[in-house]
Design a binder for this molecule. Structure first.
Ligand SMILES: Cc1cc2nc3c(=O)[nH]c(=O)nc-3n(C[C@H](O)[C@H](O)[C@H](O)COP(=O)(O)O)c2cc1C
Length: 372
């Protein structure tokens, strides 16, 4: 096995793979199992100051396609392929007092693994900004190696919370600055992908002093409607609310968001998230310039904390480095960052063989018309 270790925001990781903030990291029992399985780090399920109450019934379901892609449904059935996860789960339903001693004991058991505490509060006034500071001081005193500010939870009705913070450049700067005032540990910020130009929010966040940006959280979305019952496939008493899409479907969407940021800030630190289950997927994020990668959906479907997923990631990375003669992640990080350019920069055809995109080999297009 090659040495997969890497340094990211001053923290040394045994490997660059983390469990993202989500059900796989919702308890100390899960996190300890994850470290035993080999994850280089975890981001805890988002911790707030006040308890939350989730909706009645399931909080996450998985959208699968029949192998002929005729049906896309959350109903469990054989011979299907995973397309996405869909969830409307809120932040941790455990209080900060529940979390603090557990953060301490996890770090004692695994001092060389990286534990990032995801935190969230409101941001509408000074009292709320103090809540961010209180959470930061609490988790760093308990031994967390870093914090990740959740500016991206897509299920918040409050205008000054979750993804509503990530959609507001001023709040992005103000909250990050408030946290940086008290933080001794690196501050990561998880931005929402639900904005028109994520480079703008990234700029505001870095101006506030962020050490890294994580992206993406889930994308706003609705479950499909069942054609027989005419009900949303996930609902409570017939009602649904916008939830978040994760898993394979969001990989290309998330890469596009990441690329906007890594091109604009090539010297900054980024943690890639979205649709990763194998090293091939993670590699796209590394080639765009990310220094770590996080996983949620794939881990949920692999014994809840991804013991096989982390093996695939580390074995895949080691084999890739061996094959290519790379000694560390730094040898290939960012290699394809500058291959994303304006459309006008893409070469136009110079020969008569060009068929304007209607070539037979272009799946999904009709045969080209033969012109004289
Ligand atoms: C059920 C569920 C709960 C989640 N809870 C949180 C959370 O509390 N905080 C957070 O920052 N992201 C949360 N996420 C988002 C994930 O961390 C991750 O950004 C997203 O699922 C995309 O990664 P994936 O494609 O590997 O699933 C949650 C995702 C799911 C599916």
């Amino acid at each position: 096995m090659r040495d997969l270790s890497t340094t990211f925001t001053r923290l040394r990781f045994e490997n660059p793979f983390l469990l993202a903030s989500a059900p796989p990291t919702e308890s100390d029992a899960n996190i300890l199992r994850a470290f035993d399985a080999g994850w280089g780090g975890v981001v805890t399920k988002t911790i707030g100051l006040h308890p939350v109450v989730n909706v009645k019934g399931p909080k996450t379901k998985f959208l699968r396609a029949d192998n002929e892609a005729t049906r896309l449904s959350m109903n469990k059935r054989p011979s299907t392929t995973l397309v996405a996860s869909w969830n409307w789960e809120l932040i941790s339903d455990k209080t900060i007092d529940w979390w603090l001693p557990r953060i301490e004991s996890i770090k004692k058991a695994h001092p060389t693994r990286i534990l990032i505490a995801s935190i969230m509060a409101g941001s509408g006034n000074d009292k709320e900004l103090h809540h961010w500071q209180e959470l930061t001081k609490g988790v760093q005193d308990a031994g967390a190696d870093g914090v990740e500010l959740n500016f991206s939870c897509p299920h918040m009705d409050r205008i000054d919370m979750g993804s509503n913070v990530g959609k507001d450049k001023v709040l992005c700067s103000v909250v990050t600055m408030a946290v940086k005032e008290v933080a001794r540990v690196p501050v990561w910020v998880k931005l929402t992908p639900a904005t028109a130009n994520i480079g703008e929010e990234a700029e505001a966040t870095f101006r506030g002093g962020a050490d890294a940006i994580s992206s993406s959280n889930t994308f706003p979305s609705l479950p499909p409607i069942d054609p027989e019952s005419l009900e949303f496939e996930m609902n409570v008493e017939g009602y649904v609310s916008s939830g978040g899409l994760g898993g394979p479907a969001i990989l290309p969407l998330s890469l596009a968001k990441m690329s906007e940021m890594t091109r604009r800030f090539p010297d900054k630190a980024f943690s890639g998230i979205g649709g990763v289950s194998t090293f091939e997927h993670a590699l796209s994020y590394f080639l765009l310039g990310c220094g770590t990668v996080q996983v949620c959906t794939a881990a949920m479907l692999d014994h809840a904390v991804g013991p096989n997923v982390i093996k695939m990631l580390t074995n895949g990375m080691s084999e890739f480095m061996e094959r290519r003669g790379f000694n560390s992640l730094e040898d290939f990080r960012g290699l394809r960052r500058d291959r994303v350019v304006a459309h006008s920069q893409i070469k136009r055809p110079e020969t008569r063989e060009y068929h304007g995109g209607y070539d037979e080999e272009h799946e999904g297009y009709a045969r080209p018309l033969v012109t004289a």
